[in-house]
Write a protein that binds this ligand. Structure first.
Ligand SMILES: NC(=O)c1ccc[n+]([C@@H]2O[C@H](COP(=O)([O-])OP(=O)(O)OC[C@H]3O[C@@H](n4cnc5c(N)ncnc54)[C@H](OP(=O)(O)O)[C@@H]3O)[C@@H](O)[C@H]2O)c1
Length: 213
């Protein structure tokens, strides 16, 4: 975590096609998660749509229970669309799960097996939520798991310290529905901090937004 700040080190690690898409191609999931271990995150920050896209996998997965040594999972869920909290909690990847809501999030059923943190009026205030997680949970490193829209929102708020792209030798083209940077990011210079050719035509690129250097 950058010294003297109340903000964690935030890395967006994404599997992309050469045209920057996060969907519309088959990512090398094993390699993606192997590289994701680079940062040893304290917190995995996921968007609701990323979780909803995994609904069937989650429903069918084994449930070994919370991983005592695993990171915390926080899911941005401003509209209260996620319901598989028990499945997430027991998936064996995370020690605990936190739902990030805002004041306009629809009422939740009582007794949900998830902690919640309310930040912001009509959308989750990402900066405020991260500050609270640093203060209350001692979070230092956050890895963002997102198809792009959550990354775009974090970028817009100046909250991203590193962008890690695992580039696949594939042009998603018309099959793409999401891009790693979200919808329409502001132009910004980046500094390349590492570039590595891997097997199977994969390339791993790591960048820092200039505000983070
Ligand atoms: N290739 C990869 O590495 C990769 C990784 C993960 C996911 N994916 C794929 O990507 C797709 C999902 O990606 P996505 O981009 O649609 O969704 P996403 O990354 O899950 O992001 C959507 C989330 O961001 C929140 N959000 C967006 N703008 C915000 C703002 N300004 N303030 C606060 N919160 C904001 C939304 O909040 P609300 O819920 O409140 O609207 C929502 O929870 C799925 O198909 C998934 O399979 C690919």
């Amino acid at each position: 975590m950058p010294s003297g700040t109340q903000r964690p080190y935030v890395v967006a690690h994404v599997a992309v096609s050469i045209d920057g898409a996060t969907t519309g191609f088959r990512p090398d999931v094993a390699r993606f998660y192997q590289l994701a271990q680079t940062w040893k995150e304290d917190l995995t920050l996921a968007g609701a749509d990323t979780i909803l896209a995994q609904a069937q996998v989650l429903a069918e997965a084994e449930r070994p229970g919370p991983a005592a040594d695993g990171p915390l999972l926080a899911v941005v869920d401003g509209r209260g669309r996620v319901s598989q909290w028990r499945e997430l909690r027991e998936a064996g990847h995370w020690s605990e799960v936190v739902a990030l809501h805002c004041r306009d999030t629809p009422a939740r059923p009582p007794g949900r097996p998830v902690r919640e943190l309310v930040a912001g009026p009509d959308r989750v205030d990402l900066a405020d939520a991260l500050r609270t997680l640093v203060r209350d949970e001692g979070i230092g490193v956050v890895r963002v798991d997102s198809g792009g829209r959550l990354i775009g929102a974090l970028l817009a708020a100046g909250l991203v310290d590193e962008i890690s792209l695992l580039v696949h030798p594939y042009l998603a083209g018309e099959q793409a529905t999401r891009f790693w940077y979200g919808d329409r990011p502001a132009a910004a210079p980046l500094t390349l901090v590492a570039a590595q050719s891997l097997s199977d035509g994969l390339v791993w690129l790591r960048y820092q937004p200039d505000h983070a250097s």
